[in-house]
Design a protein around this ligand. Structure first.
Ligand SMILES: CC(=O)N[C@@H](Cc1ccc2ccccc2c1)C(=O)O
Ligand SMILES: [Mg+2]
Length: 368
């Protein structure tokens, strides 16, 4: 496939409610979308980097810059390209995994649309719908938290994840467990807010029968997570620490985690995300699909990924309405706690022209 050109488009997506984590509070998404145009078709990809480098080192303006100056030219220079060719062409550039993922996804979407093949069939989806969990932010009070969880359970979510940080952990978790009972699938995510010296405190989470504790320690603390895992009964899950299939293998062999949250943007692409899935599966490690408050573009790709056989835990693949009053694609709507895997060619969804025009804050065309 020969690329004619690439569009970088920024869109502003207000959130239906502020989303607070241990690293900050988000009230709107400033999203970078990538559109790849070829003579046969066009494809879309979403860069999940935040507007500020608070979750990872990447941020939207930086991703746009590295795409504009290095990544897009490296790909559009190729006479014929597919998603694997994109991976090879981008390998010389270090890091910038979220930016790379957006471009790889857009090429893959265009390629699959031209071939009349769905994302799910390319990745190896084993199901046509996936069970969905929900990520609940840090709230102003426990009553407000209980109201939010109650509404999400009403909506049908099959698993609840609570954001925690020092000062907001045991009390809210205990309140949710006591209100909604022992059968509720419940887990927590600290976004690296603790240190190994907090081990005795974190061990007190064991009494709540959680599915997992996600990324309690720093992104680079693989050995410390292994030490912490030996002092907890609750399984440890890593998110920020796992940037590749190699990282997953290292974390597993160190005993730093027994579950992995897979986010394609964090690991550099959907092809690499499948490699992480395969490595974990080979080690008997369960995986689930994380979320970065994606629009329907990233959501469509993630739901397809979440349908792979090793994704045995509900992911943060929540409905569009969890984050946006109006999604940029047809909304993903929860049915019996599941989202359908798009079956159409490519991502199976595309931005709705009217909504896209409304939310666009800038566009830039990069000719091949
Ligand atoms: C659903 C969920 O908890 N996601 C991330 C954290 C997170 C939170 C807030 C975000 C805001 C803008 C972009 C990405 C973001 C990611 C996580 O699993 O750690
Ligand atoms: Mg996380």
């Amino acid at each position: 496939m020969k690329i004619t050109g690439v569009e970088l488009r920024r869109i502003a997506m207000p959130l239906v409610a502020p989303f607070r984590t241990s690293f900050g509070t988000e009230t709107a998404r400033d999203v970078l979308l990538v559109r790849v145009v070829t003579p046969e078709s066009e494809g879309w990809g979403e860069c999940v980097a935040m507007s500020e480098p608070l979750y990872s080192s990447e941020y939207a303006d930086g991703a746009a810059d590295v795409l504009r100056r290095f990544l897009v030219p490296a790909v559009t220079a190729l006479p014929d390209v597919d998603a694997y060719g994109v991976e090879r062409a981008l390998a010389p550039f270090k890091g910038h995994r979220m930016a790379k993922t957006a471009l790889e996804c857009a090429v893959l979407d265009a390629e699959l649309r031209a071939a009349g093949r769905s994302f799910g069939s390319f990745l190896g989806a084993a199901r046509d719908r996936v069970p969905c969990g929900v990520s609940v932010g840090i709230m102003d009070s426990v009553p407000r938290l209980l109201d939010a969880v109650s509404a999400y359970l009403e909506a049908g979510y099959v698993r609840v994840k609570l954001k925690i940080e020092p000062g907001w952990d045991l009390v809210p978790v205990r309140a949710v467990r006591e209100r909604f009972g022992d059968d509720l699938l419940l887990q927590v995510d600290a976004n690296a807010a603790y240190t190994l010296s907090d081990a005795p405190h974190l061990a007190r989470l064991d009494e709540f029968g959680l599915l997992l504790i996600e990324q309690p320690l720093g992104e680079e603390d693989l050995v410390q997570h292994a030490a912490l895992a030996r002092r907890l009964n609750t399984p440890l899950c890593l998110d920020e620490s796992i940037l590749s299939a190699g990282h997953a293998a290292a974390a597993i062999s160190l005993g730093a985690c027994s579950i992995v949250n897979i986010k394609p943007g964090r690991v550099g692409g959907y092809i690499e995300a499948r490699r992480v899935h395969d490595v974990c599966r080979a080690h008997g490690i369960a995986v689930w699909c994380g979320g970065m408050l994606e629009t329907g573009i990233g959501r469509a790709a993630n739901v397809a990924l979440a349908a792979l056989p090793g994704f045995t835990l509900p992911g943060d693949t929540s409905a569009s309405g969890r984050y946006f009053a109006t999604d940029v694609t047809e909304p993903f709507v929860l049915r019996d706690g599941h989202l359908p895997v798009p079956a159409g060619p490519g991502l199976g969804v595309a931005p709705l022209a009217g909504v896209l025009r409304e939310v666009t804050t800038s566009t830039e065309w990069i000719p091949a």
